[in-house]
Ligand binder design. Structure first.
Ligand code: ATP
Ligand code: MN
Length: 464
């Protein structure tokens, strides 16, 4: 092999014309090999793009016994001349001159043929990133993560790292996984028979976080604008296509933002992310549109081009009650909306994303700002087509008395550190949480949240 710099397949297609006639060096995995007695074509993919590079092997130079190990899934290194392609479907191809086989791929390779079901691929999650579908999803996932950091950075937000192990169990957002080094077979007990956590690693009960928000507020009431972007864990037995036990969450928290500012930011943010993906992931989104969801691109464009509807919860309930629709779960003022209700408002009534505000205080977290009616709080949930709730947020209660009253009403303890933000120099502030995988789900048009994260965790599933 000659000493030339390797090019990715993406680079070759982006700048192909410039290098026609030159010798190139490429490496990747073989998707298919086909051809006849005179010439063989290999479709090479290196993960940089959904597009395969065609490598042409002339059998006078590469006899069948040399090419035999090049089967689907094998990995190769090729040097050859980049030429304008004769065939349809690609602009350029490589006329092979030198071949090195890194690794063969025996015939039990699970991804032999196209068209495996997503369920089958979930069983082979260690190999599924090598499929077109998961390559596309994972590149889009990356682009969205980058867009999120860019959006907040450009606006002057500070990326604030909140802990994953926490001793605060007051978030109320979901059941927690416990973190312990105590011997589970012989737990130390106190005199009254309960577990003696003073002997545990942290000297108290500790858990994996369900949200970074409360700690995020500590950052916002010092730095002004912060966001978190990290994993969160929920031990709920939610076997739905929209819930994971381990998922990533983005939680911006803004000092001096009222609820309307919060909604403006949420809408701008989510449109920015979708636009970024439309612009930077064209081939991948087109592939998913063509193979899984013919309305995907139209839906994405529709969301970025239209204003979201802003509607108080009470009016949303009225619309649902007057819809005449038979819902599985009953609708009445005070109910926590189910996904079917949210999707009715978005998909059938308004046909647009909806930001629902001013929920009854009983169904929302203790830290949300109480409205003057004494019954509702300044919550805002962003509801999306196909997904339902994609963002949950609120203006936070900044009044020390009102907040401590609510904490006492609910019997929460150990919150002194949190209420200190209201005791010392309190300010109006707001924030929200976006479930990263719900965003990836929306942008890829996939149906199941387990298919938009490399290694999904859900009840009874913890592989790799
Ligand atoms: P849901 O009612 O859908 O369970 P939630 O009200 O529990 O959501 P929040 O606690 O407000 O959600 O969390 C903020 C965001 O995190 C949600 O809007 C959603 O996008 C995402 N989210 C919540 N739970 C999960 C989960 N188990 N898996 C993936 N994303 C989730
Ligand atoms: Mn939940």
């Amino acid at each position: 092999m000659e000493d030339i710099r390797r090019k990715t397949v993406k680079e070759i297609f982006a700048t192909g014309d410039k290098f026609v006639g030159e010798k190139v060096d490429v490496k990747g995995w073989v998707r298919t090999r086909r051809g006849n007695k005179n010439v063989q074509f290999v479709a090479l993919n290196d993960g940089s793009t959904i597009n395969n590079l065609q490598i042409v092997f002339d059998l006078t130079k590469f006899p069948e016994e040399v090419l035999k190990p090049i089967t689907t899934g094998s990995s190769i290194h090729v040097q050859g001349t980049l030429v304008a392609s004769q065939g349809a479907g690609q602009s350029v191809e490589v006329q092979a001159e030198d071949l090195e086989i890194y690794g063969t791929s025996p015939s039990d390779y699970p991804l032999q043929k196209k068209g495996h079901t997503l369920e089958f691929l979930r069983e082979k999650a260690h190999l599924r990133p090598r499929t077109n579908t998961f390559g596309a999803v994972l590149r889009i996932r990356h682009a969205l993560a980058y867009a999120i950091h860019k959006f907040f950075n450009d606006k002057g937000f500070v990326y604030f790292h909140t802990p994953l192990i926490t001793a605060s169990d007051c978030e109320g957002a979901g059941a927690q996984f416990q973190v312990t080094t105590l011997p589970l077979n012989e737990l130390p007990k106190t005199e009254d028979g309960s577990v003696d956590y003073s002997q545990d690693f942290f000297g108290k009960l500790a858990s994996l976080t369900v949200s970074g928000q409360l700690e995020g507020e500590l950052g916002a009431t010092a730095l002004g604008l912060i966001y978190t972007f990290g994993p969160t864990f929920r031990a709920e037995n939610s076997n739905t296509p929209r819930h994971l036990s381990e998922f990533w969450m983005i939680e911006p928290e803004m000092a001096f933002y009222e609820i309307a500012d919060n909604m403006d930011l949420a809408e701008e943010f989510i449109k920015y992310c979708i636009n970024y993906a439309l612009e930077h992931c064209k081939d991948d989104i087109q592939f998913l549109n063509d193979h899984f969801d013919k309305e995907l691109i139209d839906r994405l464009k529709f969301v970025v081009e239209n204003d979201f509807v802003r509607l108080p919860y009470t009016e949303g309930i009225k619309i649902l009650e007057e819809s005449g629709k038979k819902f599985e779960f009953p609708v009445y003022w005070g109910v926590d909306l189910a996904s079917e209700h949210e999707r009715y408002l978005v998909e059938e009534h308004f046909k647009k994303p909806v930001i629902l505000t001013d929920y009854p205080k009983e169904i929302k977290a203790f830290y949300m700002k109480l409205n003057d009616d004494g019954k509702t709080v300044r919550a805002m949930d962003v509801l999306f087509p196909k997904i339902g709730e994609i963002i949950g947020g609120s203006q936070r209660e900044e009044n020390y008395e009102k907040l401590t009253n609510r904490i006492n009403e609910l019997g929460l303890t150990g919150m002194d550190w949190y209420v200190d933000t209201r005791k010392y120099g309190t300010v109006p502030h707001s924030g929200f949480g976006l479930g990263f995988e719900r965003l990836v789900l929306f942008v890829t048009g996939m149906q199941n949240i387990r298919d938009v994260i490399p290694f999904p965790r859900y009840p009874k599933a913890c592989e790799y």
